[in-house]
Design a protein around this ligand. Structure first.
Ligand code: FEO
Ligand code: CA
Ligand code: CA
Ligand code: CA
Length: 753
């Protein structure tokens, strides 16, 4: 692909106009491919040429009557602490798939009083990342451009366990009946949804409906398959494993499969207080690895499932070394190594085993976002590791992209082709606005010479990617959450949600100093403890627009802040009351409009507003200016940090679109291919609840969605995580009007009258 700079030479059109025109050409080709996602396009240059040659009359048809420049077209939603979902005037949000909803006809309706069982055939808890997979209107086969029926694939990250039982969660030892509800309430849902009236509903009894749980058999793929590190009592060959847990962000592949990231999995496992000795002492490799991933000896498990009984489905949550074998095939000492991966599933085919893609590295995964595929070139997959001071990664496939694979008949083996062999990189941000991708390879001298851990082979590097990234001096970031790729520029955006350990003068090994890519440390009254309280969004531009590049430039798209905060030290993006936000987490670009959806998981601004979703129309790296932040040290001397701030948003380029109910997180966002419906997840409303008060509805912080008329319980209901669908009352595209792709007034595809 040609350099992005060469594509943007027009002197008379705004950047957003240029992006809009490119989007139009891209969308035209998408249609001509039958909806295959971004199959062969580069962001500019050759991509545009290919489009012009191939799109033919479709392009003109899709441009339709036009409607001026593409623009955000809704009135900003005000901040709110109301226990409801608020969307702009002219939009409707409808609850459609909540915790406990039955997937088949045999499972009873959800009573929502803690007595419900059988989560293997119900919606799980804590809805998180989510993707839409179109079905033909007849519902019998995949149709990637289908907007009338589809499959929602989503994560169920965690539990509000108190609400799953009549009188809350029983302390250890855990009753079998409680553990057997809690374990399968995690995992994934695949659920058919179908247009009903102006909105969507889920299809109970659809043959596409299924749950994946922490007990579902899966295959280990990539370089760590069969490794000594992966051998367990369950799989002596180290080739198989059971289940996925704490699934947070998602991704969708160019060949139509679903990717799910395993995030805070370590906390589900316990280690005995003497396990270091059992493993050969505190400097033994497995102990160094376990400590680096958050499981020091004596750590308690989050839910105590290992106390529910001797059966293997409970015993595996205790990862202490108890067996006599040399290789760990008689206990679960290596069980933790089977978690922390990007996992691939075929949403259309439940007969295919899910695959853990070890080539992409093991850490606290969020989303997995593909760079724009270019025919013949490797694919890039961007990923983040969400913990304070962790890193930003990318995987570059060995195989070059073959556009025909967008419609491959066997999707999961297509995944083998692209995701089982390649290079894993970690990002280093330089002070001057440049950056470097450092390969995590066993042959890298810094990895071979690393004193803290003696890597045996490439499987060891991938299983212990955090340690390998330590070895090469990667940049510690402010908790990388989701990443997303701009569908036209190909630039990569990462939410950095917040970091209480970011300091001007760090002390101890867990704190880190302000730096150009993580430049803020300030207190948010009444707290006097400084850190990156509100988070920011960094973006990166690969050299030459090539996802396989090892150098990039970067700036900071947005700094989260309260609109009234200090404009010199905190509100660096000059956010107004219609735009201000804190703790960005979910992040996704509409491939159709290039609009970015920013979702929050916040605890800092929640005295003023519940968590929210904003829509933005970003420019590109370098559209702003450098800025120097000055900090006074305790001894009176000054520290200067020079960062790179992107163009400040205007009311036309960033607006709040949604505010959620009380004590929730907004996460998970996808749309129908026609852009007329979006799906959003409301995670854990009213999650702050104790065993002591769970039987008293007056103590609940939230009663949503019962108080919105959904399901049992009404105004005093136990709160439930749920998927909502948002449509526009005039049938238009969500959030935007105009643009070269504007087809208002055309066929609205069966929209309600
Ligand atoms: Fe599950 Fe980092 O959010
Ligand atoms: Ca998240
Ligand atoms: Ca989060
Ligand atoms: Ca949360």
């Amino acid at each position: 692909m040609t350099d992005e700079e060469n594509c943007n030479t027009s002197a008379n059109r705004s950047l957003l106009d240029v992006l809009d025109a490119r989007l139009s050409r891209r969308n035209a080709l998408r249609v001509s491919l039958g909806g295959a996602s971004a199959a062969v396009l580069s962001a500019c240059g050759g991509g545009d040429t290919a489009t012009a040659a191939n799109a033919g009359p479709t392009a003109a048809a899709k441009r339709g009557p036009g409607g001026g420049p593409l623009r955000l077209s809704f009135e900003a939603v005000a901040k709110s602490t109301a226990d409801r979902v608020t969307v702009p005037a002219g939009y409707t949000a409808t609850v459609m798939y909540a915790l406990g909803d039955p997937l088949d006809d045999a499972t009873p309706e959800f009573r929502n009083d803690g007595t419900d069982t059988g989560f293997e055939t119900r919606a799980g808890d804590h809805h998180d990342g989510m993707e839409f997979y179109g079905l033909h209107a007849g519902g019998k086969r995949p149709d990637r451009s289908g907007s009338v029926r589809g499959i929602l694939a989503m994560n169920h990250e965690a539990l509000t366990d108190q609400f799953l039982h009549p009188a809350g969660s029983t302390p250890n030892p855990r009753p079998v009946a409680e553990a057997d509800k809690e374990i399968p309430a995690h995992g994934l849902s695949f659920v058919e949804v179908r247009k009903q009236g102006g909105g969507f509903g889920y299809v109970r009894g659809s043959s596409y409906n299924r749950r994946v749980t922490p007990l579902t058999p899966m295959r280990i793929h990539g370089p760590a398959r069969g490794s000594l590190l992966m051998k367990t009592k369950y799989s002596a060959g180290g080739t198989d494993c059971r289940g996925t847990i704490n699934n947070c962000g998602t991704g969708t592949t160019p060949w139509g499969t679903f990717l799910t990231g395993e995030e805070n999995w370590a906390g589900y496992f316990t280690r005995s207080a003497t396990d270091n000795t059992a493993r050969g002492g505190s400097t033994s490799k497995s102990v160094v690895s376990l400590n680096r991933y958050g499981r020091s000896q004596g750590a308690a498990s989050r839910h105590g499932w290992e106390t529910a009984g001797a059966d293997d489905r409970f015993a595996r949550w205790n990862i202490s070394q108890t067996g006599a074998s040399a290789d760990g095939t008689d206990d679960y000492r290596n069980e933790l190594n089977t978690f922390g991966w990007i996992v691939e599933a075929d949403p259309y085919d439940g007969t295919q085993a899910l695959r853990k893609r070890t080539a992409l590295g093991r850490f606290a995964h969020e989303s997995a976002a593909f760079g724009i595929p270019v025919a013949g070139r490797p694919l890039a997959v961007y990923m983040g590791d969400d913990s304070r001071g962790e890193y930003i990664y990318k995987f570059v496939s060995e195989a070059g992209w073959n556009a025909a694979d967008a419609n491959a008949a066997n999707r999961i083996t297509t995944g083998d082709k692209y995701l089982d062999a390649g290079k894993l990189y970690v990002a280093k941000f330089n002070d001057d606005g440049s950056g470097r991708w450092i390969e995590l390879d066993i042959a890298n001298p810094a990895i071979a010479a690393f004193a803290a851990y003696d890597f045996a082979d490439q499987a060891d590097v991938l299983v212990n990617a955090r340690l390998a990234a330590d070895a090469v001096g990667a940049t510690k970031m402010d908790r990388p959450e989701w990443c997303a790729v701009h569908p036209v520029t190909g630039e990569v955006y990462y939410t950095l949600t917040n970091n209480s350990n970011r300091k001007v003068e760090p002390s101890g090994s867990s704190q880190m100093a302000v730096d150009p890519a993580n430049p803020r440390s300030y207190a948010d009254a009444p707290s006097t403890s400084a850190g990156n309280v509100n988070g920011h969004i960094v973006r990166m531009k690969e050299s030459g627009g090539d996802g396989a590049s090892t150098v990039f430039t970067w700036d900071i798209y947005l700094f989260g802040a309260e609109s009234g905060a200090d404009p010199v030290k905190v509100n660096l993006s000059s956010l107004t009351a219609d735009q201000d936000f804190s703790s960005p987490d979910g992040l996704w670009f509409s491939p159709r409009t290039g609009t970015v959806f920013i979702q929050t998981d916040d605890g800092a601004y929640t005295d003023v507003t519940n968590c929210m979703m904003l829509l933005g129309r970003p420019g590109q790296v370098g559209d702003g200016a450098p800025q120097v932040l000055q900090y006074a040290k305790a001894d009176g001397s000054m520290v200067s940090v020079r960062t790179h701030v992107g163009a400040k948003p205007t009311p036309d380029t960033l607006r709040r679109f949604l505010v959620g109910p009380v004590d929730c997180e907004i996460t998970g966002i996808c749309e129908t291919p026609d852009g007329r419906a979006i799906f959003v997840n409301i995670q854990h409303p009213g999650e702050s609840i104790s065993r002591a008060t769970v039987t008293d509805p007056a103590s609940y912080l939230s009663h949503w969605p019962g108080n919105a008329g959904y399901g049992a319980g009404g105004a005093t209901a136990r709160p439930r995580s749920a998927t909502i669908v948002i449509t526009r009352d005039d049938g238009g595209r969500i959030g935007v009007d105009g643009g070269h792709d504007d087809d208002r007034g055309g066929d609205r595809g069966g929209h309600r009258s």
